[in-house]
Write a protein that binds this ligand. Structure first.
Ligand SMILES: [Zn+2]
Length: 93
C-alpha cells in the first residue's frame, strides 16, 4: 500500500474525510450518503462526480441533498474491504 492510500485509510478511520472524490475513486474507497429524514442510504457515484468536474473537491465540501425530501445528507466513507481479513465467525447458540 502506498503512502497516499495509507493516509486515506487513516483519515477515514479517524472520521476525517478531507479527500477528494477523485482520490477516493482512485484508491477504491466508497462513499455512501444517508438521509436522516427518509432513513435511506444511497451510494455516491464517485466516477460520476469526477466526470462532472467535481473530482478535485473534498467530499465534505459537496452540498449533498436527498432527492426525495431535500434534507442534507450525511456522508459515510468506507475504505476498501480486504479480500480476506482473517476473521472467523461463529453464531452463538
Ligand atoms: Zn430524504
Amino acid at each position: 500500500m502506498d503512502m497516499e492510500s495509507a493516509g486515506l485509510r487513516l483519515l477515514a478511520k479517524a472520521g476525517i474525510n478531507i479527500a477528494s472524490a477523485a482520490q477516493f475513486a482512485r484508491y477504491h474507497h466508497k462513499a455512501g450518503v444517508y438521509c436522516p429524514q427518509c432513513q435511506r442510504w444511497a451510494d455516491l457515484k464517485l466516477h460520476e462526480l469526477v466526470m462532472r468536474g467535481l473530482g478535485d473537491r473534498p467530499l465534505v465540501s459537496l452540498p449533498l441533498r436527498c432527492r426525495e425530501c431535500g434534507a442534507p445528507g450525511e456522508l459515510q466513507v468506507r475504505p476498501p474491504a480486504p479480500a480476506w481479513g482473517g476473521a472467523t465467525w461463529s453464531v452463538g447458540a
